[in-house]
Design a binder for this molecule. Sequence first.
Ligand code: ADP
Ligand code: MG
Length: 397
Amino acid sequence: MKIKVGVLFGGRSVEHEISIISAVQAMAAFDKEKYDVVPIYISKDDKFYTGEILKNIEEYRDIPNIIKKSQRVILQNDEGKVKLYLHPMKLFKKEVDYIDVAFPVVHGTNVEDGCLAGFLHMLDIPYCECDVLSSAVGMDKFAQKAILKEYGIPVLPAKCFDMKKYNKNQKTILEDIEKDIEYPMIVKPINLGSSVGIRKVKNREELEDAIDYGFEFSLRVLVEHAVEPLREINCSVLGDYEYAKPSECEEPINADEILSYQDKYLSGGKSGKDGKTGSKGMSSTKRKLPADIPQDTKEKIQEYAVDAFKALGCNGVVRIDFLLNDETKEIWFNEINTTPGSLSFYLWEATGVSFADLLDEVVNLALKRKREEDTVTYSFDTNVLAGIKLGGSKGKV
Ligand SMILES: Nc1ncnc2c1ncn2[C@@H]1O[C@H](COP(=O)(O)OP(=O)(O)O)[C@@H](O)[C@H]1O
Ligand SMILES: [Mg+2]
């Protein structure tokens, strides 16, 4: 019997559209001899939809229309099987489909940050991504640095603060930043992706503006030194806590100082028939693949990538991005993408792993984790409630 894999994508995130591209690419790449792919699109207002039409990228030019033509569903675990039920419920045709395994292809806040992992965990279904903790840490650029520092992985020192604290103590915070961090600096929202809200600054005035700008996108921002002259090197990792392997390294090429949304998703895509972009998501970024770096630098980056993957407790396929100072040759961990754009399939193809095999390995890792989790006891027989009476304390413990 084929495995029914539910591919979940979209969601309430600024990277909604990129997730659609990544997911449609993945849905097309699954080995159809082995898998039945069930698309599950999460709209920007968190509603779930399914239907064959959701596999066709062209249809997404008109999102209200594609929503109209698909079926709204809710997911529920019924006696050990996760089913897709029509919403609102109909008298006779209730169950639309079912899935054996969930494969989230989501980017950004409210989905990739552990929210969707938590939802799937509660559904008690194997799911193909990092668990709640590693997804949440993976979305927080400050938390991940703090953990990786403990593990001896080089991270740039950073200052992180929230909007209220900043508004109250602006002068002290700015002085504190300037005391410890040299210009030029990078200011970024703590939990976004796709370069949204990020600025490079050279003086106090620009710093203040960039912080205000960052707060438009997140309630916390992070400031760190900007590496110059910069080369960016990315490496994907596939595995789990026991065994993880690095991919070939890539060097994305940017048109501006900061690798922008434009660079990442729009620069390499051919024009579509309607003259709009024909973006292929992260796989359309202009890049050098393999990155043109010395063998020992590559091996060091791959080693840090695997160490970071394990330190953060990841599972499945992730991409880890590094900053390389082209003069001093220092390497810094920059950030992790726990669900990378295009699932980094192009990095694995360059490593000799086909997209179909990559997806297959990720599914197997999720099944393995679920089997292991199922050996843990979550209930505890107790008679603590037998004969319980609530006294004057109204049951407070
Ligand atoms: N410390 C830094 N020094 C130089 N450039 C940086 C630094 N941090 C980020 N950048 C630039 O900004 C881009 C986006 O930052 P990043 O932390 O990767 O956020 P995002 O999650 O939005 O991709 C990077 O790809 C790089 O071009
Ligand atoms: Mg990045």
